[in-house]
Design a binder for this molecule. Structure first.
Ligand code: PRP
Length: 177
């Protein structure tokens, strides 16, 4: 019988330090603030909440919801904008925030769509930059951790909608009993 076990990859202290570092890098690039943060739902909500408080500069927050279809499906390489950002971004400095970059489809495609609206810049922030399944190149301007592979959950990341509320990032592993 196969079961899944969780192993802590990054604990809450390591995550807090990574988020502080990301926010500090953002402050260096945007010392006056004025940034529009766009969180990609659902996974980004935990990171975004911590990030904007650590950023500690004037900013706005909005959300988008994007579904991506990997190369194994009919809609290969396409993304579906289920809920678009409402904030006008023309001339604004935007930071797209997500929990993880995996194939890269979600952020590369949504960034491309946002660039058509004439923002001053669109940067990308992700807690986990995972490289094993990358299909689209994404320049991650601010990252917490880089990993090669593994199914990770916690701190916003889910498996069938479970585990988003874990304080740590854990890797799920199959165990045979
Ligand atoms: C996950 C994650 C990213 C996206 C990354 O979202 O939160 O948004 O996938 O994958 P990609 O780089 O391969 O495009 P998911 O679609 O699982 O939705 P969720 O955030 O609601 O869990």
């Amino acid at each position: 019988m196969s079961r899944q076990s969780k192993k802590i990859l990054f604990d809450e202290h390591e995550i807090a330090a990574a988020v502080r570092r990301m926010a500090s890098e953002m402050r260096e690039n945007h010392p006056e603030g004025g940034v529009v943060f766009i969180g990609i739902l659902k996974g980004a909500f935990v990171l975004l909440a911590d990030l904007i408080r650590s950023f500690d500069r004037p900013c706005e927050v909005d959300f988008a919801r994007i579904a991506s279809y990997g190369s194994g499906t009919v809609s290969s390489g396409r993304v579906d904008v289920r809920m678009d950002v409402q904030t006008p971004i023309e001339g604004r400095s935007v930071i797209l925030v997500d929990d993880i970059v995996d194939t890269g489809l979600t952020l590369s495609e949504y960034r491309r769509m946002l660039l058509d609206r004439g923002p001053a810049s669109v940067e990308i922030a992700a807690l986990i930059d995972k490289s094993a399944r990358r299909e689209k190149q994404v320049d991650v301007d601010y990252y917490g951790f880089r990993i090669e592979d593994g199914f990770v959950v916690g701190y916003g990341l889910d498996c069938d909608e479970q585990y988003r509320n874990l304080c740590s990032i854990c890797v799920l592993e199959d165990t045979n009993h």
